[in-house]
Every structure is written in structure tokens, then in C-alpha cells.
Design a protein around this ligand. Structure first.
Ligand code: F6P
Length: 272
């Protein structure tokens, strides 16, 4: 690849380099092959883009082989410590909001209750922020315990007192289960709500990047090269309060980004 290889791709989703989880890279022999290939092709340095797993792999590689590596946070889940936003998160949020707005039309017209499952195997950042952005009646995420009785009472109250439709955003990794499980649990209470389930799935991981994601990725890409030229190694370039920060791989792997309880409160406040 040369500079011109990345011309005219800023508007594209996915990756032209392709991506895969590699079991072989977990072994020293696999890493040796990677190292030899990098040397053979005269690659000067690596900028790895991904989440926790990517940085673990990169850290191990740099511990075993003398190769310059820096990282960029890239996951739709936004569950990386050391950066406010990860590349891909904003695009995924916009996709969810657009889909839920459309679902809301049916929900309101037919007076239905929709359980919409969004991605987030271990994290509820997508569910929480998009939930606020589309005025969801409830948001269920893995970081907090879901009490089904509470969810039920809340929905009954909304549906009988003030609303004729409801949208509940469920992160796929919620402790009470996915959207189908929650719907089934709610059905057991016996109310006659007209309930439907939608699993948004991989549409959240594709599509043309949002303006914010393009801006973020461009700034972080420049920061990654600056960091390498500055002899920085094994650090992730993140952005906090619109400023570039360098976070050692060790730190971003060890710490967990936490959900802000105030954001959960906002969901309830906006529905009260
Ligand atoms: O990596 C994050 C993620 O988007 C999760 O939220 C989701 O569960 C997973 O990827 C899906 O991965 P796959 O495409 O391998 O099923």
C-alpha cells in the first residue's frame, strides 16, 4: 500500500485490508511468521485498529518482537478505556436511531410494544446512547442488573397512564437475556400488549461512516503517525474532550470504561 491506496475510501464502510481473528497469531510461531513478513515487505511500523483483543495481541507481539506498534480504538461497542469515543460507535448509533425511528412509526400507529436488540455482547454503550437519542421507554444493558418485575411495572405504568406505544432497547449481552427472552418474560405477566421483537444485528457494523467518525478517524490517524515519529510505542491514541491522548496498551487493557449512571437516569427522567 502507498498513500494513494487509501484515496477515495473515506466514505466506505468495512475495511479494504480485511480482518480476521487469528488463532495462529496467539502462538509464538504465528507471531514469528508475522514478524518475518513485516520485515520481508519492509514495513516500518504497524498501526493496529480494534478493541481490547487487538491491543492484547499487539502488546504480546511487541513483548516478543522488536517492532514499533501503536493502536487506534476501533469498535462499534465504545467499550475501550482511554478514549471518549471509539471509531465506528457514532455510525452504529446513527444506524440504530434511524432504524428505531422507523420502527416507532409502526409502534405508534398500531399501539405496540417493540423490543429492539442492539449489539453489545459485553457493553451497553450502544443501547444507552441510542436509547436516549430515540426516546426509548427503557434501556436494558449488561452493566446493570435487570429486574424483570421492575421492567414490567414500568411498562404497565407507561402503557396504561401515558403512552400508547413503547420501545425497549435491549443490549444483546443483557443479564436477563436478549430481546426475545425479555419479550417472553414480559408475556408471562399476562397483559395483552401487542409485542414485537426486532434484532438489528450486523447492519450496525456496516455502512458509510458518519461525519463524526470520519473526523475522529482522520484525527486519530494523523495522531498515530505523529506518535510513531515521536518514538512512542505500544500506546493507543485516543481522544478525550476533543484532545489527543496517548494511553499505554497495558492501561487500556487493564481498565474498564464504565457506564455513567446519570445517562440511565436520563432515560427514566425523560419518560416520567
Ligand atoms: O466486537 C463487538 C461486536 O460488535 C459485539 O457487540 C457483537 O456481539 C460482536 O461484535 C459480533 O461479532 P460477530 O460478527 O463475530 O458475531
Amino acid at each position: 500500500m502507498e498513500s494513494k491506496s487509501v484515496g477515495n475510501i473515506i466514505q466506505r464502510g468495512g475495511t479494504i485490508l480485511k480482518t480476521a481473528r487469528s488463532d495462529r497469531f496467539r502462538t509464538i510461531e504465528g507471531q514469528q511468521i508475522a514478524y518475518d513478513n513485516l520485515r520481508k515487505h519492509e514495513v516500518d511500523a504497524l498501526v493496529v485498529i480494534g478493541g481490547d483483543g487487538t491491543f492484547r495481541g499487539a502488546r504480546e507481539f511487541t513483548e516478543n518482537f522488536p517492532f514499533p506498534v501503536v493502536g487506534l480504538p476501533g469498535t462499534i461497542d465504545n467499550d475501550l478505556y482511554g478514549t471518549d469515543m471509539t471509531i465506528g460507535y457514532d455510525t452504529a448509533l446513527n444506524t440504530v436511531v434511524e432504524a428505531v425511528d422507523k420502527i416507532r412509526d409502526t409502534a405508534a400507529s398500531h399501539e405496540r410494544m417493540f423490543f429492539v436488540e442492539v449489539m453489545g455482547r459485553d457493553a451497553g454503550f450502544i443501547a444507552l446512547r441510542s436509547g436516549i437519542a430515540c426516546g426509548a421507554e427503557d434501556v436494558l444493558i449488561p452493566e446493570t442488573v435487570t429486574y424483570l418485575d421492575e421492567v414490567h411495572d414500568k411498562l404497565v405504568k407507561y402503557m396504561t397512564e401515558k403512552k400508547t406505544s413503547s420501545i425497549i432497547l435491549v443490549a444483546e449481552g443483557d443479564d436477563a437475556g436478549g430481546a426475545y427472552d425479555i419479550r417472553n418474560a414480559m408475556a408471562k405477566y399476562g397483559e395483552e400488549f401487542d409485542m414485537r421483537v426486532i434484532v438489528l444485528g450486523h447492519i450496525q457494523r456496516g455502512g458509510s461512516p458518519s461525519a463524526y467518525d470520519r473526523y475522529l478517524a482522520s484525527r486519530l490517524g494523523v495522531a498515530a503517525i505523529d506518535a510513531l515519529l515521536d518514538d512512542q510505542r505500544s500506546v493507543m491514541c485516543g481522544m478525550v474532550h476533543n484532545e489527543i491522548v496517548l494511553v499505554p496498551f497495558n492501561k487500556t487493557i487493564k481498565h474498564h470504561k464504565t457506564i455513567d449512571q446519570k445517562m440511565l437516569d436520563i432515560v427514566d427522567v425523560l419518560n416520567s
